[in-house]
Design a binder for this molecule. Structure first.
Ligand SMILES: [Zn+2]
Ligand SMILES: [Zn+2]
Ligand SMILES: [Zn+2]
Length: 279
């Protein structure tokens, strides 16, 4: 399984779209890994986890052929994770012309009821009604779905009270990724499910950086350590499991280098835009 972190920031981006804080000024002056766009991950060139408002920028920056993306697996409806109006540009005709390989293709979107409502609203706004280029699967937590070559299992997150936010377990060829944002410390049902799973890579929400502990809604470094320890304790992670932190906010205040220094004692990898790994 090939993973690419397309974006690694929380909602407002880092530097923030309208922000003048010291952390954002630092990010602007240092550049490089300190410039973070809104989160999304590309798996094997045909699956996106979340559809970021920066998808168009990602296409340009990484020279991606997004026509090849057939599966959109969405964690929740927050606009930094799902931007359905841009997905309308995938409609064949005026907006997109495809090579033979992609002609007439239908994409699958996977998510909760609120993501479905946002998608329906975008279709209504853009086309005034039905569209046949998108199929929707409203997923049920702890149920495994075949998504292309991947086995995808939504697990419950702890992110907000008015929506059933999800994190995802993603398996291919005996390798398993846990894509864990946005969430606070996982609910007990999720830890319970993970007891029988062996994780190769765990990607965690570290919105608060090292500044706040986090716990409900989002994690910080301290609560990421708590999640890691819990996963080790229940046996789903071992010393060979790679833990990666992502979804950083300027409110955490730290540049990439300092985040790495703070995360090193716990063997966390600090992600950055464009980071790739294979498992
Ligand atoms: Zn978010
Ligand atoms: Zn800022
Ligand atoms: Zn969110």
């Amino acid at each position: 399984m090939e993973l690419k972190y397309l974006g690694t920031a929380a909602y407002e981006g880092f530097p923030g779209l309208f922000c003048e804080c010291e952390a954002c000024k630092m990010a602007e002056s240092k550049g490089g890994k300190n410039i973070r766009t809104r989160t999304s991950m590309l798996i094997n060139k045909d699956t996106l986890i979340d559809f970021s408002p920066d998808a168009y920028l990602h296409k340009l920056k990484y020279n991606l052929n997004l026509a090849k993306v057939r599966h959109f697996v969405i964690t929740h409806s927050h606009s930094d994770h799902f931007n359905p109006l841009d997905l309308m540009a995938r409609c064949e005709g005026n907006y997109a012309h495809f090579d033979a390989e992609n002609k007439g293709s239908v994409v699958g979107v996977y998510g909760n009821d609120k993501v479905k409502a946002c998608l329906d609203q975008a279709i209504q706004i853009e086309f005034g009604g039905n569209q046949s280029f998108i199929g929707y699967t409203q997923v049920v937590p702890f149920t495994t779905y075949e998504v292309g070559t991947l086995k995808v299992t939504p697990l419950l997150a702890q992110h907000q009270t008015d929506e059933q936010s999800l994190i995802y377990l993603i398996e291919e060829d005996g390798k398993t990724l846990l894509y864990g944002n946005d969430t606070g410390i996982f609910p007990e049902e999720t830890f319970e499910y993970l007891k029988t799973v062996k994780l190769d890579v765990v990607s965690l929400d570290c919105t608060h950086g090292a500044k706040h502990r986090g716990g409900y809604g989002h994690l910080g470094l301290e609560s990421c350590v708590e999640v890691k320890e819990r996963l080790l304790e229940i046996g789903s992670a071992t010393e060979n499991t790679t833990f990666i932190l992502t979804h950083f906010s300027h409110n955490g205040g730290l540049c990439h280098e300092d985040l790495e220094k703070q995360a090193k004692p716990y063997q966390f990898v600090v992600s950055y835009d464009g980071m790739e790994l294979a498992l």
